[in-house]
Design a protein around this ligand. Structure first.
Ligand code: 8IG
Length: 273
């Protein structure tokens, strides 16, 4: 009898369950209820969620790679919320443009699922196509356009992506901040930012937010049976929408300025989930 691919020792799911076992052992927490990936601008939210039970260097957990990007920490944190539930904060995102393969990109999401998480909160810093979104505006992701020409799903794995970004979770977020806008997130491969023509293409396709993460992770989260909440911090207007060129420094600066506000918002949302 042959082993099913999903159960083979070298499968991504087997690696995720190895990672989950290490996280359970090092944190002493048997089951995490919610997991968060904190992108540019969102990192401080971890400090506001609750009491840190354990901080684990990502390099100690199977399958995780240390991040080389400033503003992205390579730490996995287990946090006890004031309502008694446990959050897993994944500070070590692997981006598709790092060329480590799509398995590496979604490993943290699969690990979160293997830790028991039923809700996956995916955050990012991104470019805004709507001119009314000033840098520093948080926006709910309502849907996505995956322009990476890739998928985290392997083989004939047909997964429904209707309501991928859960309406229920967006409603919860709006119960905390009714002013939250929402938009369609467009994942480009990067690492270059878009040309103005590409931003116009994304706009014509129905996109409102441009970034380099999240969509592939959301697909893997849905495959794992998790509910997904997506939040973008608009750190810059997308190329050509803004009259001045983009810079990584602008992204970092507007992320820093917005960080206290959006971190407090995210902490409140997570408590309400
Ligand atoms: I922060 O304008 C951030 N990340 N693709 N475009 C893309 N990714 C981004 C952008 C942007 N800003």
């Amino acid at each position: 009898m042959s082993t099913k691919p999903s159960q083979a020792p070298d499968s991504p799911f087997s690696l995720a369950s190895d990672a989950a076992a290490v996280i359970q052992k090092l944190s002493g927490v048997q089951r995490h209820d919610v997991a968060l990936t904190l992108g540019s601008g969102w990192a401080r939210a971890a400090d506001l969620l609750g009491e840190t039970v354990a901080e684990i260097p990502a390099s100690d957990v199977p399958g995780f790679h240390a991040s080389g990007i400033p503003g992205h920490t390579g730490t996995i944190r287990s946090i006890r919320l004031e309502n008694g539930s446990h959050a897993l904060v994944l500070g070590a995102r692997t981006h598709f443009y790092e060329d480590k393969g799509v398995r590496a990109v979604v490993h943290s999401v699969r690990t979160a699922a293997a830790c028991g998480a039923k809700v996956m909160v995916l955050t990012n810093g991104a470019g805004g196509i709507r001119e009314s979104w000033k840098p520093g505006t948080p926006v709910l992701i309502s849907d996505h356009l995956n322009l990476t020409a890739s998928s985290p799903l392997e083989g004939a794995t047909f997964i429904d992506l209707t309501d991928l970004y859960s309406q229920r979770l967006r409603d919860v977020a709006r119960s905390i901040d009714p002013s939250l806008d929402e938009g369609v997130y467009v994942q480009f491969r990067g690492p270059h930012y878009e040309t103005p023509a590409e931003v116009q293409m994304a706009k014509a396709m129905g996109g409102h937010i441009v970034g380099m993460s999240t969509a592939l992770e959301a697909i893997a989260a849905r495959e794992a049976g998790m509910e997904v909440l997506g939040l973008s911090l608009i750190t810059n207007l997308a190329a050509g929408i803004s009259p001045h060129p983009l810079s990584h420094q602008e992204v970092v600066d507007s992320g820093k300025a917005a960080e206290p506000v959006i971190s407090a918002l995210l902490a409140k949302i997570v408590l309400a989930l």
